[in-house]
Design a protein around this ligand. Structure first.
Ligand code: FES
Ligand SMILES: [Fe+2]
Length: 352
């Protein structure tokens, strides 16, 4: 595979204009905007989008771009209880759906220019996650058809809507976002980079890869349950680490008592904001059983943070060679088949 997939600026621009604006992207958790007028922003690949909670409890999303002369309307990345947003330049006022509702010295404008809004972005919720699609509400395909029935059922079994955000880690990484996705599309690296025990290396060879529409599922048997693999009613939700990739860049890692979402947000061809979301089941901390669950999960999460740190260390190694004249191609094994498929799919979709 060519190394250009990570460093060709023209290719990144095609992905930005054809893929990233037309697929559903993760923007946050519903519990981040609990009250009317609460908002969060999504910022990546040159786009800025505001997502707000409406009085009827639905969500609205719009491009954070002032219709007057183009700067961002909303400065803060999140906030509570807004009723209006005012552009800080000349004071144009927008409601929380992005409709223009106030213009100082309005008589100086052609009225036809003022019947406008910040362009709408499609927004929907699944699994307690807020998803956005910049095609807008009219043109975006339904979120459920983009995630697809297999992942809706299989990942849906974890009931992420019953979970709550515990922590988001954020890293500024000097490599292309697809290089980060690649690290979640193979298990080959875990022996050397993450120092897993030999039993894990062995059981991981039994992992299964599934292509479901644009997306992927992968089930990595846990070594302590490898004997159950032969059983006709093998339950991968219990005995495997379940892994899902919603194209182009949302990765779910189900452990399964707690779930991580790995989201490399493209910033530029060789720069990525890498978000690692940790969600846990809701519960009462005074309930001893829940308290035990929470302690166990937090101990595991601390261990996983260390694993994430090891992945980050590889991005630093990649950054050192990202323009090297010696790095022209990559060699993939059969167990790195998802990487090849992912890049073929990205290439095809970015030519549309
Ligand atoms: S640019 Fe926003 S009000 Fe003028
Ligand atoms: Fe890793």
């Amino acid at each position: 595979m060519s190394a250009e997939v990570y460093r060709d600026a023209a290719r990144f621009e095609r992905e930005r204009r054809s893929v990233l604006v037309s697929h559903w992207l993760l923007a946050g958790r519903v519990e981040q905007v609990p009250g009317v007028g609460d908002w969060i922003t999504y910022e990546g690949h040159g786009e800025s989008v505001v997502i707000t909670r409406q009085p009827d409890e639905s969500l609205a999303a719009f491009h954070n771009v002032c219709a007057h002369r183009g700067p961002a309307i909303v400065g803060e990345l999140s906030g509570c209880g807004a009723r209006r947003f005012t552009c800080p330049y000349h004071g144009w006022v927008y409601d929380t759906t992005g409709r223009l509702v106030g213009v100082p010295e309005r008589e100086d404008f052609d009225p036809a220019h003022l019947d406008t809004r910040a362009p709408s972005v499609a927004v929907d919720v699944w699994g307690g996650w807020i998803w956005i699609n910049m095609l807008g509400p009219e043109k975006a395909p339904p979120l459920s058809s983009s995630i697809g029935s297999e992942i809706l059922a299989d990942l849906g079994a974890f009931r992420m809507e019953d979970m709550v955000l515990h922590e988001v880690l954020e890293f500024d990484v000097p490599v292309n976002y697809k290089a980060i996705v690649d690290g979640f599309n193979e298990i080959y690296h875990v022996t050397e980079l993450h120092h897993v025990p030999p039993e894990f290396t062995k059981s991981a060879r039994e992992a299964t890869f599934h292509i479901v529409g644009d997306n992927y599922m992968c089930f990595v048997p846990k070594p302590e349950h490898v004997a159950e693999l032969a059983s006709p009613d093998y339950d991968h939700h219990r005995y495997a680490i379940c892994h899902y990739l919603v194209f182009p860049n949302t990765v779910f890692n189900c452990n399964p008592e707690h779930i991580q979402v790995f989201q490399p947000v493209p910033i530029d061809v060789d720069r990525t904001r890498f978000l690692c979301w940790e969600i846990v089941y809701r519960g009462d901390h005074d309930d001893p059983e829940y308290a035990r669950y929470f302690r166990r999960t937090m101990a595991h999460w601390e261990g996983l943070k260390h694993v994430v740190g090891e992945d980050i260390s590889i991005y630093a190694q990649m950054a050192r060679t990202k323009r090297s004249s010696a790095f022209t191609t990559q060699v993939l094994s059969s167990r790195e088949c998802k990487i090849a498929h992912y890049h073929e799919q990205m290439d095809r979709k970015s030519r549309v």
